[in-house]
Design a protein around this ligand. Structure first.
Ligand code: ADP
Ligand code: SF4
Ligand code: MG
Length: 327
């Protein structure tokens, strides 16, 4: 049996400021991505999405600790790996597409050379052969006239073109997992739509597994097989993408979906999200209770765990059955 592209089991992560106390930001998160599968990770800013991405990529900054849990990429235990073994893994088995493409591109180096260097660094090709394959990769991510574009410098490209180059670099060695952290957030709406089309197209052609992080549920729905919704560091609900939209079961998911503007129906004010996430005042029970339109007094003191509501569909809300719309 092939190992999952990503397996996260019971991951809890804390941060602390210098000499301050540890503050928990990710709590008992479990996620699995099968080979070739795209999992969307949704939730408002500050809920812990980028922290999970960073842990998966093997980053270990000062002031952060993994309190518990296991993280495996294609069977390799990321948390147990020595730093010198992490470097060869990145780029070859595991790649990142960050929000800002300039984070991944060297300003003074021609585009074609940058893509070629990824191939060379991992022993996939050398010299002229690497440059030739680089042009092929640029064509694959929908960049026109790749030979000419390969001779340009990053600043001569638009933001959308730069993000395509970063995608080409991420895909260069056919990694087991690509992590995309808000890859379209800095782009205008039309360019965003094109990048989403490209991702859908790449997944159809290459079956590359992706962890696609976004606060934009509508964007996730276009490319993901499954979606996990996070609230304040915990998974609130996880389901196949179509199922999540057709039958959202957690009041927070309903709120997120109600906040997506749609032409085919009026907004639902009862489901709309109220207020903002305030980490200083999280209850000991359901963390969403202060903002939940369906909360009962006991919700704030009773911790919630994921409950299977349907095949592949789990929800962490004690009231999910009572809240089901009448058939
Ligand atoms: N280096 C850090 N030190 C302290 N707190 C951090 C650090 N990075 C992130 N946080 C906190 O962790 C929480 C989750 O952040 P993050 O993972 O970036 O969320 P998201 O990507 O969903 O917006 C936030 O409350 C944020 O303020
Ligand atoms: S457990 Fe209670 S507060 Fe939490 S989402 Fe469900 S109904 Fe709302
Ligand atoms: Mg983030």
């Amino acid at each position: 049996m092939t190992a999952p592209a990503l397996s996260i089991e019971g991951l809890s992560v804390d941060y602390r400021a210098i000499a301050g106390p540890w503050v928990n930001v990710v709590s008992r998160v479990s996620l699995t991505i099968g080979p070739g599968e795209i999992l969307g990770l949704a939730g408002e800013s500050g809920c812990g999405k980028s922290t999970i991405a960073s842990v998966v990529l093997g980053e270990r900054p000062a002031g952060r600790r993994v309190r518990e849990g296991r993280v495996r990429v294609a069977g390799t235990d990321i948390l147990q790996l020595a730093p010198r073994d992490l470097q060869p893994l990145r780029g070859r088995r595991l790649a990142l597409v960050p929000q800002n493409p300039s984070q991944s591109l060297s300003p003074g180096m021609r585009i074609g050379r940058q893509v070629a260097e990824v191939l060379e660094a991992h022993g996939a090709a050398r010299g002229a052969e690497a440059e030739r394959r680089a042009a092929g990769l640029l064509a694959e991510v929908g960049l026109p006239d790749p030979e000419r574009l390969a001779r340009r410098l990053p600043h001569q490209l638009s933001g959308g073109q730069q993000q395509r180059v970063v995608l080409a670099m991420a895909l260069a060695c056919r990694p087991a997992l690509v992590v995309l952290d808000e890859p379209t957030t800095g782009l205008d709406v039309t360019t965003q739509a094109r990048i989403l089309e490209l991702l859908a197209d790449l997944r159809a052609r290459h079956a590359v597994a992706m962890l696609y992080i976004s606060h934009d549920l509508a964007a996730l729905a276009q490319v993901c097989d499954r979606i996990a919704v996070m609230y304040a560091g915990e998974i609130a609900e996880t389901a196949p993408a179509a199922d999540l939209f057709a039958r959202p079961r957690h009041p927070y998911t309903r709120g997120l979906i109600a906040s997506v503007p749609r032409l085919d129906r009026p907004p639902d004010p009862a489901a709309a999200l109220r207020g903002v996430l305030r980490r200083e005042v999280l209850p000991t029970g359901c963390r969403f209770a202060p903002r939940c339109p369906a909360a009962e007094p006991v919700c704030a003191t009773e911790p919630q765990r994921l409950d299977a509501a349907a095949p592949g569909h789990a929800v962490a809300c004690r009231r999910w059955r009572a809240l089901e719309p009448a058939a």
